[in-house]
Ligand binder design. Structure first.
Ligand code: PMP
Length: 361
């Protein structure tokens, strides 16, 4: 008798493995995931608690209040918005709706790992364009886009590199893609970017029928634990995603908290100020130890460890573990000399620097 096996291609998807300290158990400083160091708005926490009395009810399948709050905040139309269980789900929904076996899904070399997963999940072929100096090479993407390319994913800025693509280059990319290709701008870290030549994608969506922007509440709004993402796109694409997504994909408390978070612009400003200040301090301290810190416009830093046979990335990670600090190694991205460090609270950053000084100074 034939054995039960998953569909072809599923075996190529690696199960997600969070970073864990080898000795388990004791309290740790977790800088391994790009969360918001100062947490969510108190208003979001209140709304979350208030939602508790309604947990026996199903959530609003149309995300009405949440979409209205997003629309107000960004001055955009309701029928251009849909929401998801984190932006990870949105990336998968896009792949489900627009790609399948025989199709190609194109993204950049160190692009967010969710893109390859989404492509494989729907049986499409992932195609990867080389980057230059850990930055997206728009020409390389265009060169690989062809008849079979259904989706191009661009994380802008990108995780784990922290680099971004200036708006003129994104415009050029869009203009040079085939009309049948959907350009997905994953702008998960948009709020953090302080550059005049950056644009998260509202204008591109408005001007074209084959561009979608994906956003998240996990970063600047500090609600990673609730899983809320959203997309802004032409109504035809939004309607398509609404057909594909599960009806109750965003929980009731998650919708309430995310809606409240949008009303607290002060908290978001404090998040961004913290990130600017602590990110600059951390980068300065790391560089002073001889560590290469790549320019980052996100809430994390990508570092390359100086070549030293006695202090490999694994040894360094182990040393940090022994100090109760978790950071992310990037072997899965084929960046074996690199670590991604989330910008933590002031105390966390100081603990990290002190631990690194013991071995790098
Ligand atoms: N896109 C990028 C570039 C990310 O870094 C992440 C989170 N690490 C996501 C999407 C997914 O975020 P979430 O599902 O929490 O919204």
């Amino acid at each position: 008798m034939e054995r039960l096996t998953p569909r072809a291609g599923i075996g190529q998807i690696a199960p997600h493995k969070p970073v864990r300290a080898p000795h388990g158990g004791r309290p740790f400083i977790d800088l391994s995931l790009s969360h918001n160091a100062i947490g969510p708005s108190p208003r979001a926490i209140t709304a979350y608690r208030q939602a508790a009395s309604n947990l026996h009810r199903y959530p609003d399948s149309e995300h009405t209040m949440l979409r209205a709050a997003i629309a107000r905040r960004h001055d955009i139309a309701l029928d251009h918005i849909t929401c998801s269980n984190g932006s990870d789900e949105m990336i998968q929904l896009v792949a489900e709706a627009y790609a399948g076996p025989g199709d190609e899904v194109l993204f950049h070399q160190y692009g967010y790992h969710g893109f390859a997963k989404a492509a494989r999940l729907v049986g499409a072929t992932p195609v990867v364009a080389a980057e230059r100096d850990l930055t997206v090479d728009v020409e390389a993407l265009v060169e690989l886009a062809g008849d079979k390319t259904r989706i191009v994913f661009l994380a802008n800025p990108n995780n784990p590199t922290g680099s971004y693509v200036p708006v003129e280059q994104v415009q050029r990319l869009r203009a040079d893609l085939p009309a049948h290709t959907l350009l997905v701008l994953d702008s998960a870290y948009a709020e953090y970017v302080r550059r005049n030549n950056y644009d998260p994608g509202f204008g591109l969506v408005d001007d074209h029928d084959n561009v979608l922007m994906v956003r998240t509440f996990s970063k600047s709004h500090g609600l990673a634990g609730l899983r809320v993402g959203w997309a802004y796109g032409p109504p035809a694409i939004i309607e398509t995603l609404d057909r594909v997504r599960p009806a109750y994909n965003v929980g009731l408390a998650a919708q309430a908290a995310a809606t409240a978070a949008l009303g607290d612009e002060e908290h978001e400003a404090a998040t961004l100020a913290h990130n600017d200040e602590c990110g600059a301090w951390l980068a300065h301290e790391l560089r002073a130890m001889g560590v290469r810190v790549y320019p980052s416009v996100c809430n994390f830093l990508l570092i390359r460890v100086p070549p030293d046979p006695a202090m490999s990335v694994a040894t360094l990670q182990r040393h940090l573990w022994d100090h109760g600090i978790l950071v992310k190694s990037l072997t899965s991205y084929n960046l074996p000399d690199c670590l991604r460090i989330t910008i933590g609270t002031e105390e966390e950053n100081h603990a990290l620097v002190a631990a690194l000084r013991e071995v790098l100074d």
